[in-house]
Design a protein around this ligand. Structure first.
Ligand SMILES: Nc1ncnc2c1ncn2[C@@H]1O[C@H](COP(=O)(O)OP(=O)(O)OP(=O)(O)O)[C@@H](O)[C@H]1O
Length: 266
C-alpha cells in the first residue's frame, strides 16, 4: 500500500476585503510537497495579498489556511515562520548599518529564540555559530560572499532580492514563498536564481512563486495557479497557459490587454 502524503499547504475558501474593495473571494487551492507552484495574474489580482494572508502579515476575513494539516490563519507572522514557512517581499528594504552576514544571521535568531540570544547563554552562542555557518553557505550559494561584510543598504536592488531569499531560507523552511524574485534582477543573476531554486527543489524544498516573468515560470514551475480579480481561474501546467481560455481572458480583459497577454504567449 502506498503512503498518502498530506498537502503541505491548504487554502480553503479564503476571502479578504480592504474596506469596500473585495480583493480575494472564495480562493481555494493546495500545494503538495515537492511542487514549485507559480502564482500568476494581472496587476492587482490579489497575488501579494494571498501571500500576506498565508504568512500572517494580513488577517483573512473568511476561510482557513492549513500548513502541514494544522490551522495557521490565526497565528501571528513570527509563529508561522517558526513553523518552517519562509517568505520574501516584493520590495525588500534592508537595515542601513547591519552587514549582509548580520542580516542573514538575524533571520535565524528570530527562529532560534530571542531570550536565549538576549541572555547570552551557551545555547545562544552555539545557535549563533550554527547560524553563521548556515548564512555563509547560503551567501555563497546566492553569490553574495564578495559583499558579505558590506552594509546591506549598499547592495543593488537585485542583490537585495537575493539576500531576501537567503533570509527566507535560514532555518531550512519546508515551504518557501517568493514575491517576484526576479523583478529588477540582472539576467545573469536571474539564471543563478533559477538554478538555485531548482537545486533547492531537488533537495526537497516546496516553493510558491509570485512572478510575472513567463520564461522564468516555464523554466521553474511544475504548476501554475492563475488569479483574476480575486478569483482562481486556472490551475494548470505552465505549457498549458497559452491555450487556456480563462487565462487569456484574465489577461485580455484586465485592462492591460496587449502587454499582459503578450507575456502569457511569450
Ligand atoms: N494593505 C492594503 N490596504 C488596502 N488595499 C490593499 C492593501 N493591500 C493590497 N490592497 C489592494 O488589493 C488589491 C490587490 O493587490 P495585490 O498587491 O494583492 O495585487 P497583486 O496581484 O500582487 O498585484 P501586482 O502584480 O501589481 O503586485 C489592489 O487593489 C490593492 O490596492
Amino acid at each position: 500500500m502506498t503512503a498518502v502524503t498530506a498537502p503541505l499547504l491548504q487554502v480553503r475558501s479564503v476571502a479578504k476585503a480592504f474596506g469596500g474593495n473585495r480583493v480575494l473571494e472564495d480562493v481555494s487551492f493546495q500545494v503538495e510537497p515537492g511542487e514549485i507552484v507559480g502564482l500568476l495574474g494581472p496587476n492587482g489580482s490579489g497575488k501579494s495579498t494571498l501571500l500576506n494572508l498565508v504568512t500572517g502579515f494580513e488577517r483573512i476575513d473568511q476561510g482557513e489556511v492549513l500548513f502541514e494539516g494544522g490551522r495557521i490563519d490565526r497565528l501571528p507572522a513570527h509563529r508561522i515562520v517558526d513553523r518552517a514557512l519562509g517568505r520574501t517581499f516584493q520590495l525588500p528594504s534592508m537595515p542601513t548599518k547591519m552587514s549582509v552576514i548580520e542580516v542573514a544571521m538575524a533571520a535565524a535568531t528570530a527562529r532560534h529564540g530571542f531570550f536565549d540570544t538576549l541572555l547570552g547563554t551557551r545555547a545562544a552562542r552555539e545557535a549563533e555559530e550554527r547560524a553563521r555557518v548556515e548564512a555563509d553557505a547560503l551567501l555563497k550559494e546566492f553569490l553574495l560572499t564578495p559583499v558579505r561584510d558590506l552594509p546591506s543598504s549598499a547592495l543593488s536592488g537585485g542583490q537585495k532580492k537575493l539576500l531576501g531569499i537567503v533570509c527566507a531560507l535560514m532555518g531550512k523552511p519546508r515551504l518557501l514563498m517568493l514575491d517576484e524574485p526576479t523583478a529588477g534582477v540582472h539576467p545573469n543573476l536571474r539564471n543563478d536564481i533559477v538554478q538555485a531554486l531548482q537545486r533547492l527543489n531537488r533537495q526537497g524544498m516546496t516553493i510558491v512563486i509570485v512572478e510575472h516573468d513567463m520564461h522564468f515560470i516555464r523554466e521553474v514551475c511544475t504548476r501554475c495557479i492563475v488569479l483574476d480579480r480575486g478569483h482562481i481561474v486556472a490551475s494548470c501546467r505552465p505549457d498549458e497557459l497559452s491555450s487556456n481560455e480563462r487565462v487569456l481572458q484574465a489577461y485580455l480583459g484586465g485592462g492591460r490587454a496587449a502587454t499582459e497577454s503578450e507575456k502569457v504567449n511569450a
